[in-house]
Design a protein around this ligand. Structure first.
Ligand code: PLP
Length: 421
């Protein structure tokens, strides 16, 4: 079944057999109880009510508001559009301060509406927006702050709330990673003026495609609801500019069914995370990002911080070693939003002020987790990582001495097209 590797010659990248015959993915979608889902779809077909305030969407909004301990949950067709609607509902314009070390949708949602994302550096420990750096970026054009609970680890909400109040700014959060996580013991979802979730298929809780704006502010909730459905207030009355951001009943059926299994999904993720923690132990140059035991987490992301100088191999070299074994570890948020064309071409100077972001983007390697791996596979992945770390110098020279093509010769299979995100 599996072959334990004992020398670097066993590594697939150096000519050995891949450790796994199947590809191991970072984010394999969770699946609910099939019958629960199919029964709901049957009901939907019987009703012939597929969208537009259908009963499943209404039920899911109520269930989620309860689970997230927030007054209002407005479901949308995806998380990116939910970010769009939230920033419009909050009346943002001019400049909004946002971390660059995030999925590009966070920044896109702002620039798509002509709002300038002002990229803020992260705290080197938490990898979340640094409140001190944030405050120093406020100008008279600033209207809001958009924090991201990266990997589900909460932002320093308290400091951000104080800053927003001091400068009369709106504060909201991209909580796409933070479903089921807490901040100071309270469920993430009710922070700031609004929080935004993604329920994309790869997230711990998903609705195939989907998202939500959650808020305790009834006016914000009303505005998002209106804009979600073209601004309709009556059969032929349109009160505001809107769009179509509605969630379908099929998506809500998946959501209701997944919500019944969420604790099980989180327990699986936690088991995987702990197996990595145990399997890696203290491996020089490879630091597993930890979760604060005082909070609840969803453990969806198992993130290695690869310190090239301590390991003796670059993060990318390590990634290629793993990918050759069919362990499809991935860089995340690389190279940072500020280095992506739509942003780098407009604000090239941002790069100079984001040292911690650039460092994180160089070190982060996300490992297969959750539904994508068994505990046995995790142990074997850890064995490979330890072998490589122990003999990093030899691995590096083997990779780099591989003729004129260097390490790229072995990267070349361009590792096929991965499922999105
Ligand atoms: C997934 C994700 C989004 C986008 O959500 P979609 O539902 O795919 O549109 C936004 N921000 C972050 C941090 C994400 O991880």
């Amino acid at each position: 079944m599996t072959t334990q590797k004992s020398t670097i010659a066993d590594l697939a990248i150096l000519g050995g057999r891949p450790a796994f015959s199947d590809q191991l993915y970072v984010n394999r979608p969770n699946t609910p109880d099939r019958k629960a889902f199919l029964d709901r779809v049957e009901g939907m077909l019987d009703r012939r009510w597929f969208t537009n305030k259908g009963p499943l969407v209404v039920e899911l909004e109520e269930e989620l508001a309860r689970y997230l301990a927030v007054e209002h949950c407005v479901l949308t067709c995806n998380g990116t559009v939910a970010l769009d609607l939230a920033s419009r509902a909050l009346g943002l314009k001019g400049e909004v301060i946002v971390p660059s070390f995030t999925f590009v949708a966070t920044a896109h949602a702002l620039l798509w509406q002509g709002i300038q994302p002002v990229f803020c550096d992260i705290d080197p420990q938490s990898w979340n927006i640094d409140p001190v750096a944030c405050e120093s970026l406020i100008t008279e054009r600033t209207t809001g702050i958009l924090g991201v609970h990266l990997w589900g680890r909460p932002c320093d909400n308290r400091s951000l709330v104080e800053i927003a109040a001091r400068h009369d700014l709106r504060l909201f959060f991209d909580a796409a990673h933070a479903f089921g996580c807490t901040y100071q013991g309270s469920m993430i979802g009710g922070g700031g003026d609004a929080e935004v979730f993604s329920f994309h298929a790869t997230k711990v809780f998903h609705t195939l495609e989907g998202g939500a704006v959650t808020t305790n502010d009834p006016e914000v909730a009303d505005r998002v609801r209106l804009m979600r459905n073209f601004g309709f207030t009556g059969y032929d009355e349109v009160a505001v500019l809107g769009t179509n951001a509605k969630m379908s009943e099929a998506s809500a059926a998946m959501g209701l069914s997944n919500l019944e299994c969420i604790e099980q999904f989180i327990a699986t993720n936690r088991g995987t995370f702990e197996a990595y923690l145990e399997g890696l132990g203290q491996t020089r140059g490879l630091e597993l990002l930890r979760y604060d035991e005082g909070e609840r987490h969803n453990y969806q992301y198992v993130v290695l911080d690869v310190a090239e100088d301590r390991l003796g191999l670059s993060r990318d070299q390590l990634m290629h070693v793993l990918q050759a074994e069919n362990v499809l570890a991935r860089r995340y948020f690389y190279p940072g939003c500020h280095r992506m064309a739509p942003y780098a071409s407009r604000w090239p100077e941002a790069d100079g002020s984001l040292p911690h972001t650039n460092r994180a983007a160089r070190g982060a390697l996300v490992l297969p987790a959750g539904a994508g791996v068994t505990l046995e596979q995790v142990r074997e992945i850890c064995g490979i990582l330890r072998l490589v770390a122990d003999q990093a110098a030899q691995v590096r020279s083997a990779l780099e001495s591989d003729g004129s093509e260097g390490s790229h010769a072995v990267i070349a299979p361009a590792r096929r097209v991965l499922p999105s995100q």
